[in-house]
Design a protein around this ligand. Structure first.
Ligand code: AMP
Length: 427
């Protein structure tokens, strides 16, 4: 038997209904905020990720699915989508049109990580990016939209962890402070930490080395917030004021740096209880130099990516139930004999035109089996069509939950069945 690859998985029905419900809600919310969808390729030139995500990050250093194609090019399955969006933005000269570009995406990403709960090698992200404005109001609106979406999905009690990683101008002084803090503590550093400290010191704050956790909690550890230049500090404070005014629950997390190099100023993350060790539900931040680093005109940007696999893991039960119910068939139409199949097709068609989800069951060939099949699939109503009904111009409908049965005129099909179909629970 050939099985799915390690770290990948099949999403099967009815669970896929919950995924579709989440994606539909995200699309609805994004469109309310003026966002449009962008779809970029799942593989890109390797260089794109090396230049944007950063050479010294874990993603580029050890997690990329990189291969040489038959034409001798080095290509990589995208480990994240912001780089692809920025690449497309530059390639299609979207900046020339001026204004604000609000884009969202939904799709698979690939990282060669050690699979565990909430961590896959192929996983899905729902993300959004705003390209153009540099003001903190944009950061605030992105977070307002995010919390709007999470709220509509039924999440409560979440808060966003927030930090500023400053700019390329003010970071060197902080990096120096970090390096001198760790200089005397070489013993607690593992090989990865030492590489980080030398190549990309901010990354050390991301270290998963248990021996380092104590040091990272040390009150003497320098905080980036103390090194912000005036503009970055102003940006950060204005954002906090806007979030407070918008009632977005946040907390400052001075050690939050996120695993990608392109961030400037605002970075944020939302974690959720119930996710276990991989508790980051989503992450994002501002990237004011990414577009220009990729050869485009100076265009600030900000965005986030929700880990959809993790979101589904902790999706509130009522929301999940509502999404599952939305896709479930409502009526089984059972022709009792071969001569009743044409009538079955017509009845099912009429119900569907009336917006009722009807499943034709030609395998039953009898009322008993038809009801059994419906019960097994949790279909609450069965319409039985036999020779007698055809002759009389009627149909029989069985309400399995109420154990009730009635015979009605065929002309009243939609009216009768429509009244029996329970309205889907509100989300
Ligand atoms: P990042 O692109 O690293 O900022 O990650 C954004 C979000 O994607 C994280 O908060 C996770 O929810 C999700 N994510 C990242 N890596 C994985 C993975 N290997 N498996 C599942 N979800 C992931």
């Amino acid at each position: 038997m050939i099985t799915s690859q390690k770290g990948t998985r099949d999403l099967l029905p009815p669970e896929t209904r919950a995924w579709n419900g989440v994606e539909r809600t995200a699309r609805e919310v994004f469109s309310l905020y003026g966002f449009d969808e962008i779809r970029t390729p799942t593989f890109e030139a390797t260089e794109l990720f090396v230049r944007s995500v950063g050479e010294a990050t874990d993603i580029v250093h050890k997690e990329m699915y990189t291969f040489t194609d038959r034409g001798g090019r080095s290509v990589t399955l995208r480990p994240e989508n912001t780089a692809g969006v920025a690449r497309a933005f530059v390639e299609h000269r979207l900046a020339q049109a001026g204004g604000v570009h609000r884009l969202y995406y939904v799709g698979p990403q690939f990282r060669y990580e050690r699979p565990q709960k909430g961590r896959f090698r192929e996983f899905r992200q729902i993300g959004a990016e705003v390209l153009g404005p540099a003001d903190p109001a944009t950061d605030a609106e992105v977070l307002v939209m995010l919390f709007d979406l999470l709220g509509r999905l039924g999440f409560t009690g979440l808060s966003v962890a927030l930090n500023s990683v400053g700019t390329a101008e003010c970071r060197p002084a902080y990096v120096e402070a970090l390096q001198s803090f760790f200089a005397s503590k070489e013993g607690s550093l593992d090989e990865d930490d030492r590489r980080r400290l030398a190549e990309n010191p901010l990354r050390i704050l991301d270290s998963k080395n248990p021996a380092l956790q104590l040091l990272l909690a040390d009150p003497g550890l320098p905080s980036m917030l103390d090194f912000l230049d005036e503009d970055s500090r102003g940006h950060h404070e204005e954002l906090l004021a806007l979030l407070t005014a918008s009632r977005i629950p946040f907390r400052i997390e001075p050690r939050l740096v996120r695993g990608l190099d392109y961030y400037t100023r605002t970075v944020f993350e939302v974690t959720a209880r119930g996710l276990g060790a991989q508790d980051a539900l989503l992450g994002g931040g501002r990237y004011d130099r990414l577009v220009s680093d990729l050869g485009g005109p100076k265009t600030p940007g900000i965005g986030f990516a929700i880990g959809e696999d993790r979101l589904l893991d902790v999706l509130p039960a009522a929301t999940r139930a509502a999404f599952l119910a939305e896709g479930a068939p409502q009526v089984a139409v059972v022709p009792l004999g071969a001569e009743d199949v044409a009538e079955g097709l017509a009845v099912a068609g009429e119900l569907r035109r009336g917006g009722i989800r009807a499943e034709l069951d030609t395998s039953a060939k009898g009322p008993g089996r038809g009801i059994k099949n419906a019960l097994k699939k949790e279909i609450p109503l069965v319409v039985l069509l036999g020779e007698e009904e055809r002759r009389k111009g009627t149909f029989v409908v069985k309400d399995l939950a109420a154990s009730k049965q009635g015979e009605h005129l065929r002309a009243r099909l939609l009216e009768v069945v429509g009244a029996l179909v329970k309205p889907a629970p509100a989300t």
